[in-house]
Design a protein around this ligand. Sequence first.
Ligand code: ADP
Ligand code: MG
Length: 238
Amino acid sequence: MANLVLENVNKSFGTLQVIPDINLDIKDGEFVVFVGPSGCGKSTLLRMIAGLEEATGGDIRINGESVIDTPAADRGVAMVFQSYALYPHMTVRQNLSFGLENIRMPKDEIDRRVEAAGKLLQIDTLLDRRPRQLSGGQRQRVAIGRAITRDPKIFLFDEPLSNLDAELRVLMRVEITKLHERLGNTMIYVTHDQIEAMTMADKIVVLRKGVIEQVGAPLDLYNRPHNTFVAGFIGSPR
Ligand code: ADP
Ligand code: MG
């Protein structure tokens, strides 16, 4: 259970200001989709929430507690990347359990979590394979499974389906929606795909140059875009 608050969060890389000042309130269990042009700061924002990138200023709170100084591993946030980020030399089982071994979780608990994630994502027959022996869709399932085994309060997805072909994207989109219904966690999902945004989101956040242009339910944005930028992003197929 987790609500997430971004308060005056900003980020610069040297003299390059990527995010001037973001304020956002995400409710417990919400499925929030971030959309916006390439380079507008979506990944940077997710990485700051995950603790993989330090904010230049502002506060990030999970369930009311500031996590700005909390290391990534202790935030209760798990991120799934477009590139899967699996270890090529490890089996699926090892990929799923590695992070848990690192925090010295008892082996029987690790096994229990790996089995459960395997079943949930239908990769339980693939546990002894290595990533190169898997299809793109199977790899992405493993990456999602790895996030699940960490039992995070919040899931972050950074364009997780962009490397998959169109048919598989539709299938995985439905799978992730089911996962959200089943787990009920707060999830933030970055995508370029308008249909993903429209069908998956409880709430869409439209970003431009690190600034939130509009936040709203999909139909709300579709029917009442505040400006032509939002209309261009949500209204018309791209
Ligand atoms: P998006 O995910 O929306 O495509 P990013 O968050 O990846 O955008 O990048 C936002 C901006 O920040 C881009 O201009 C990018 O070049 C810049 N940027 C991202 N990471 C770094 C970094 N580590 N060092 C310098 N600039 C970066
Ligand atoms: Mg990105």
